[in-house]
Ligand binder design. Structure first.
Ligand SMILES: Nc1ncnc2c1ncn2[C@@H]1O[C@H](COP(=O)(O)OP(=O)(O)O)[C@@H](O)[C@H]1O
Ligand SMILES: [Mg+2]
Length: 290
């Protein structure tokens, strides 16, 4: 059997090059406050992969996506091993558009910090008098690019984004940035409206796009998982304060209360967190995670 090694190993995901495709694997690792915790959250990887799968199907009338299969029996033999069942997605290899396409429907986090300082988020002027976690009149596109030095992302204006993409794709910078902006807003609106009807607020999220062999723009990476988005429970949502995270609420609270834990959670917190992921999956897809 041919062995594969990931060419990219992030905090949570591993990406493998499988010749004509890539295999994206969501592990059961969990991160909080920029740390990978010592515990594994059983089934988290599979739940997140199946959520992405749901959203790829849900958005395919807006634009094509990279998903080929989530059946590991359709992948090279190495990935047919038990550890890859349910958590792996075989995807079309894309030439990635080097931009994190962030969309915000509510004002929170770094956006809220920036608004309090000068009334803008990533150069976009917002109405006066907004309070923390308030819904914005319209969702805003606030892209970021990988800074040239170091690995911190840098927020960019549309103009700067067009310049960055122009370097990667001469003659297409402006066109691509406008297209990914329009796709980002359209996907967010459709999915956030749906999620809201199922009791989950998607406050903000991030998409990545790439080009297929024919030069079409295709939705890639993971889509609308709690790892790439801020999910809030609708139940208990209240403007003017910060909101609990849908999935990591117990983890963050416990870590704050136990600063000496060295990022190792008790079983009770793990079990509650697993239950939250299953609950989010059921609310969004209407199906029990099996
Ligand atoms: N279809 C695809 N083809 C090629 N690369 C992809 C595809 N979808 C996502 N990617 C890339 O795979 C990588 C996933 O890595 P990730 O674990 O998110 O780490 P990071 O975001 O820090 O680079 C990203 O670089 C992303 O741009
Ligand atoms: Mg990433």
């Amino acid at each position: 059997m041919k062995e594969y090694k990931p060419f990219k190993s992030g905090k949570v995901r591993e990406v493998y090059d499988a010749e004509d495709s890539i295999i994206m694997v969501a592990t059961d690792r969990i991160s909080a406050f920029d740390h990978i915790l010592k515990n594994k959250i059983t089934d988290k990887g599979a739940i997140l992969t199946q959520m992405s799968r749901f959203w790829f199907d849900f958005t395919k009338d807006i634009l094509p996506n990279h998903m080929i299969s989530v059946d590991n029996q359709e992948m090279p033999e190495f990935f047919q091993q038990e550890e890859f069942r349910g958590n792996s997605m075989k995807c079309k290899k894309l030439t990635m558009i080097p931009m994190e396409c962030i969309v915000r429907g509510y004002i929170t986090g770094s956006g809220w910090e920036s608004y309090k300082e000068n009334g803008t988020v990533c150069g976009i002027k917002l109405p006066e008098g907004l309070v923390e976690s308030q819904k914005l009149p319209e969702p805003i596109f606030t892209p970021s690019t990988k800074a040239e030095l170091g690995d911190h992302d840098e927020n960019v204006s549309l103009e700067k984004g067009a310049e960055v993409l122009e370097k990667a794709f001469p003659g297409h910078g402006r066109e691509y940035v406008e297209k990914v902006r329009d796709y980002t807003i359209a996907i967010y609106k459709k999915c956030a409206e749906y999620a809201l009807s199922r009791g989950i607020i998607i406050a903000d999220t991030k998409f990545e796009f790439g080009l297929d062999e024919e030069g079409n723009i295709v939705l890639g990476d993971e889509v609308l998982t709690p790892d790439s988005s801020r999910f809030w429970p609708l139940d208990g949502y209240k403007e003017g304060q910060s909101q609990p995270s849908y999935d990591k609420q117990f983890v963050r609270d416990w870590l704050k209360e136990n600063p000496d834990s060295d990022y190792e959670l008790p079983q009770e917190i793990i079990d509650k967190t697993i239950a939250k992921y299953k609950e989010a999956f059921k609310k969004l897809t209407g199906k029990d995670f099996a």
